[in-house]
Design a protein around this ligand. Structure first.
Ligand code: ADP
Ligand code: MG
Length: 722
């Protein structure tokens, strides 16, 4: 059987009753396949034993072997606490057993134990109060020592040991029976592990080397599945294109005539647009950039062909892609078709709908907005109008492609900020119309070579120019200890002048820790900071809070108030990262900038500098732990010198570099291989373990393999089925 076919089975796990099922459900685990796909977010290396005198100062656990010397007690009455004195050949230490007096009987004087714990110096002695142990010579199969243990993302009530037990059991029951997803010849050629072995190893690796191999095997499998779909589309399109080769040639001819006539770029551009497009351009208060015009020219050519366009439009943040999408839609409407524009969030979809209404309704078009939150009567009316062809352009979220949505004549699908959508979703979208044209837009520019590998079935258009009249954004780095200077600056140069500011933080609220309890993080969160900023720092100004867990209506009202200027300070998580467009906002303050990838920072910075006023971006970083966001997968002591020096350089890139394409390249260079955590950073949605961006070497292999499959072979038929 295939892993994805394991759609039940949780109930059969030992100790998995209704309560556990509910808890697992909260982690998104409803079946065995999902349980086994709940990959560790980290590992505890208990395979190496170190002497006590090598305890680490940074609160990290070590694994050691000690002998119990004596028992002591301190405190009185109910506060009486056991202290176990231990030693190894290097030194002594004491274990404070708060609330665990019964350890008197398990940690016996004279016996040896393996110990896993974190140590610190207190009252002149080495101490630990948080530790696990096991008799040195016990032979228990359930031992949690001498190996590398997985650490999972948890939810309240569920601890590491329970999850480890469930996963170990599921592996025991199923790992040996799993079918391979990847054709054997590819797997063998690259020396990757089989499915069952890779899964077992990624959860319970015997060594770092095995783990690396398992992770690569799984990533390859995921990327292979992706590239198979890409290859399939490419082959289909090629077939279509071949049939219409004559027509395509004709179109290329048309473009050549323009150049031959020796028209200036500007005139040529005017010739390129037509009908409604021309009308819109005439109404705009600004001139399109040459890049925008070139993009439209390419798109118009594609849209005139009788086979579907598949184009990726890449342009730096603020380069005006939305307008290009509208112009493409107008071409389709002129020809009697409908266009659907999909955005990744409701917030962004709504903003696009409003812009579309403002720009396009005056041309006589009918525009609609659709999301999961458009309910009941309104929705029914809307669906009727769409099916009847009374709506020309509909803007929305993925709800645009739900089952009950029917289009009269859907001819163009635009997907904004496409990296948030997987290939599979793309496929679903394309099934709506009768082979509609596809325009994907990406605001996280990626190097062309990588774009080609990732979206091998798409042609790429790049916008390299920014609209005229934009002032460069002034960017500053500031240590957290100097944050007050930043706040003062913002008040003086932004708020008091009637301009608006964003404040961005990495967390929504203080997080839950590993044991399911609540813990105060060293990171700032939006909820706490919204309070601090409004009560203590900027009491004179109006402030609002926005993050992904608020309901859509609340988000909408908040954004509306911000756009209208009723709210002057917007405190946010990275939900403002993508697409938000408020020209009067001239300042972006990002706290814990060390936690964000460069591309994310670039995106965030792109929210300002949209008007004619001078804009500012402040990157405030915590003084010490700049490395955490980037190299969380590696222990700091394992970083090479090269990597360490990169950390210092990383944020500095933002000072000198404004070009998103260049920043994307640098971001890629700064990332070490083998990272598992911190995946939101690249801006790409991860598929399981693989990050197409970071794992581009594996992606290349997968792509070459997928494209090497003969379209007509039986292998193709099996693989292309799903
Ligand atoms: P992005 O490419 O990041 O999606 P947008 O489409 O949101 O950028 O455009 C950013 C802003 O620039 C919008 O306010 C838009 O109206 C404006 N804009 C677009 N094209 C031009 C242009 N040619 N000249 C001036 N402003 C423009
Ligand atoms: Mg955009």
């Amino acid at each position: 059987m295939y892993l994805r076919e394991l759609t039940g089975g949780l109930k059969d796990l030992q100790g998995c009753g209704p309560k556990r099922l509910e808890q697992l459900g909260r982690l998104g685990i409803t079946n065995i396949a999902e349980l086994l796909g709940h990959y560790p977010r980290d590992y505890e290396d208990r395979s190496r034993t170190v002497p006590l005198n090598q305890w680490k100062r940074n609160g990290k656990n070590i694994c050691t072997v000690v002998r119990v010397l004596s028992h002591e007690w301190f405190g009185f009455g109910r506060m009486k606490t056991l202290k176990v004195i231990v030693e190894d050949e290097t030194m002594r230490a004491s274990l404070a057993c708060f609330g665990r007096p019964f350890l008197e009987n398990t940690l016996r004087v004279g016996e040896e134990y393996r110990l896993w714990g974190s140590f610190f110096y207190k009252y002149g002695e080495l101490q630990s109060s948080s530790f696990e142990f096991e008799p040195l010579h016990s032979l228990s199969g359930r031992s949690v020592f001498g190996k590398i243990l997985p650490v999972y993302r948890l939810t309240e009530g569920l601890d590491q040991n329970i999850l480890r037990k469930f996963i170990a059991q599921a592996l025991e029951d199923y790992a040996g029976k799993l079918d391979e997803e990847v054709p054997e010849r590819f797997r063998k050629a690259h020396g990757f592990m089989g499915k069952g072995e890779a899964l077992s190893t990624v959860h319970f690796p015997a060594s770092q080397g095995d783990l690396d191999k398992a992770v690569r095997s799984i990533k390859y499998e995921e990327l292979f599945a992706l590239e198979v779909v890409v290859a399939q589309r490419a082959i289909r399109r090629k077939g279509l294109t071949a049939n219409h080769a004559d027509h395509a040639n004709g179109l290329i001819g048309l473009n050549e005539i323009d150049t031959e006539n020796g028209l200036s770029t500007e005139n040529k551009n005017v010739r390129v647009v037509r009908g409604l497009q021309q009308k819109l351009i005439e109404r705009l208060p600004f001139k399109l950039t040459n890049s925008q015009m070139d993009a439209i020219a390419e798109i118009n050519t594609d849209l005139s062909a009788p086979f579907p366009m598949a184009r990726l439009l890449q342009g730096d943040v603020g380069s005006g892609k939305t307008l290009v999408a509208f112009l493409a839609s107008l071409f389709i409407v002129d020809a009697g078709g409908q266009s659907a524009i999909m955005a990744p969030t409701e917030l962004l979809a709504r903003q696009h709908a409003e812009t579309a209404a403002k720009l396009l309704e005056p041309l006589g078009l009918s525009i609609a907005f659709l999301s999961g939150n458009v309910k009941a009567a309104g929705r029914k009316e809307l669906l009727k109008a769409l099916a009847a062809g009374d709506i020309d352009i509909v803007v929305g979220t993925h709800a645009l492609f739900s089952k009950d949505v029917v289009y009269k004549n859907l001819r163009l699908v635009v997907i904004d900020e496409q990296h948030r959508f997987g290939v599979a979703q793309r496929q679903a979208v394309m099934e709506k119309g009768n082979n509609p044209h596809l325009l994907m837009m990406s605001a996280t520019p990626i190097p062309r070579s990588l774009a080609w590998t990732l979206y091998g079935d798409l042609e790429v258009t790049e916008i390299h120019e920014m609209p005229l009249g934009r002032k460069p954004i002034e960017t500053h780095l500031a240590k957290m200890s100097r944050q007050q200077n930043v706040y003062d600056f913002v008040e003086r140069n932004v708020l008091s002048k009637g301009h608006q500011a964003y404040f961005v933080y990495p967390l929504i609220e203080q997080q839950t820790d590993d044991e399911g309890g609540s813990k105060s993080s060293e990171l700032k969160d939006v909820e706490t900071m919204a309070k601090t900023l409004s009560e203590e720092i900027f009491p004179k100004y109006s402030l609002a809070l926005i993050h992904s867990r608020l309901d859509e209506e609340q988000k909408r009202l908040t954004m509306e108030a911000f756009r209208k200027g009723e709210v002057q300070i917007l405190v946010a998580t990275s939900v403002v990262e993508v697409g938000v467009d408020v020209p009067n906002a001239t300042c972006m303050v990002i706290e814990h900038a060390e936690r964000f990838g460069l591309t994310a920072l670039h995106q965030l910075r792109g929210r300002v500098g949209r008007g004619s006023e001078q804009s500012y971006c402040f990157l405030i970083y915590a003084d010490q732990n700049e490395e955490d966001g980037m190299f969380a997968w590696k222990r700091p002591e394992d970083l090479s010198e090269d990597e360490q020096s990169k950390m210092g350089q990383r944020l500095r890139v933002m000072l000198n570099e404004t070009n998103g394409f260049v920043i994307a390249e640098k971001d890629l260079k700064f990332r070490g291989p083998g990272l598992i955590t911190g995946t939101e950073q690249s801006g790409f949605k991860r598929i399981g373990l693989a990050d197409p961006y970071r794992d581009s070497d594996i992606l290349k292999l997968a792509r070459a393999d997928a494209f090497s499959i003969e379209a007509q072979s039986t292998e193709a038929k099996e693989l292309f089925l799903y």
